[in-house]
Design a protein around this ligand. Structure first.
Ligand SMILES: Nc1nc2c(ncn2[C@@H]2O[C@H](COP(=O)(O)OP(=O)(O)OP(=O)(O)O)[C@@H](O)[C@H]2O)c(=O)[nH]1
Ligand SMILES: [Mg+2]
Ligand SMILES: [Zn+2]
Length: 365
């Protein structure tokens, strides 16, 4: 045990290294406001509705979020996620309570169907988009995934699975299609997720202390790949339906597991749509090629629809441009609904204030 010299934070660096502790995280933890000391530094491995699971480098146990912390996070629009570092204390009755959340170094969030931001994971170094080379293959999803990861400081890699199930030509065509459409720095690899060779291909992102997250649709092979990296069948995997090649949501919660080589992987349940949590500016930044070409359009306010002299339409893959337009409409809609929600909450608050005032005037409180 040691303390960081600031607050009284208890931690065992060597043990916590196995769940991804780095000096950078420790520095953030020292600045986190935990209230009354001493608190233990732990990593969140799973988040459920009423409880979370945390790891101290030796053991995993259930914990609950102090109402004060839950309220503060809700007011700040933040959500606790697998991969978060937290400061916790036992209450003497065997219950572990989370007192503070260490500000995450990286955080990924998506939007749900109502446009609300939903936390996915915190403190990951690399995000793998796992996508099958079968019916699951979808270039637009890869672009959405990149928009979701862009600007977060997380490295994005696309892992095409089921290479063993398709002809080599189909595998190469899949890789080429992505290489043409995605920025050149994005890694694209094709693997058989069931083969140990897949672990060797991913080795560059699996150094000790690294944390990865697996994202992608149900049935894509996220748990299969996690098991291959683990070298054991620790995660349940499911068969894919014959008629549409889709999975059956075998994995039901995000979960952080430790790999033998010292890296950590967060396996996640497949989501139907990976809607990025970005505003229009963030989206433009993640479609940097479109943004750059837009400067050369004849009209300043060119919408890249049917204006003459449009440099974007001339230089960008039409399907990529359509996807960009669609994501922009989504981002605008999300911004609107966030505003509406804000107004609605303000209305409710005003209403309950006036009800309280009325009750008081009537002498009922
Ligand atoms: N042959 C082969 N089968 C694979 C490959 N990847 C996944 N599968 C199979 O595809 C099915 C679904 O894989 P899972 O790992 O359960 O998929 P998942 O992404 O975890 O799905 P959810 O947990 O539902 O989100 C399983 O039957 C796997 O064996 C691959 O590269 N090659
Ligand atoms: Mg799974
Ligand atoms: Zn244009």
């Amino acid at each position: 045990m040691a303390d960081t010299g600031h607050d009284m934070i208890q931690f065992d660096f060597e043990a916590l290294r196995s769940v991804g502790l780095t000096p950078a995280v420790l520095q953030c933890a020292a600045g986190a406001d935990g209230g009354e000391a001493p608190l233990r530094l732990l990593r969140v491995t799973e988040v459920h509705r009423d409880a979370v699971r945390v790891h101290d480098g030796h053991d995993e146990c259930a914990a609950r979020v102090l109402p004060r912390l839950a309220r503060a996070m809700e007011e700040g629009g933040e959500g606790l996620a697998a991969g978060d570092w937290v400061l916790a204390a036992d209450d003497g009755f065997g219950q572990c309570w989370l007192h503070a959340r260490v500000p995450p170094l990286t955080h990924l969030a998506r939007r749900d169907e109502q446009g609300r931001a939903k936390a996915i994971v915190s403190n990951v170094d690399t995000a793998l988009l796992v996508m099958g080379l079968d019916g699951d293959f979808n270039v637009r999803r890869a672009e959405r995934f990149l928009a979701l990861v862009h600007g977060s400081g997380v490295i994005a890699v696309v892992v095409l699975t089921k290479a063993d199930l398709v002809p080599d030509a189909a595998r190469d065509a899949g890789v080429d299609a992505l290489r043409r459409r995605l920025p050149s720095q994005v890694g694209v690899i094709a693997v058989d997720a069931t083969s140990p060779e897949a672990a060797r291909r991913l080795a560059p992102w699996l150094a000790s202390g690294q944390t990865l997250v697996m994202l992608g649709s149900s049935g894509a092979g996220k748990s299969t790949l996690t098991n291959t990296l683990l070298g054991t069948a620790a995660r349940a995997t499911g068969a894919v339906r014959e008629h549409d090649g889709r999975g059956r949501h075998t994995t039901t919660s995000r979960s952080l597991v430790r790999l033998p080589g010292g890296a950590c992987v967060i396996d996640t349940p497949g989501v139907r749509t990976l809607r990025p949590d970005v505003d229009e500016a963030g989206l433009a930044a993640s479609f940097g090629d479109i943004d750059a070409l837009a400067a050369r359009c004849r009209y300043r306010d060119c919408a890249h629809a049917d204006e003459p002299g449009c440099a974007v339409r001339a230089g960008v893959d039409p399907d990529r441009l359509r996807n960009y337009h669609k994501l922009r409409r989504d981002a605008q809609r999300d911004a609107m609904s966030a505003l509406d929600r804000h107004r609605q909450v303000a209305q409710w608050k005003a209403r309950s204030r006036s009800v309280r005032a009325w009750m008081k005037a009537k002498g009922r409180t």
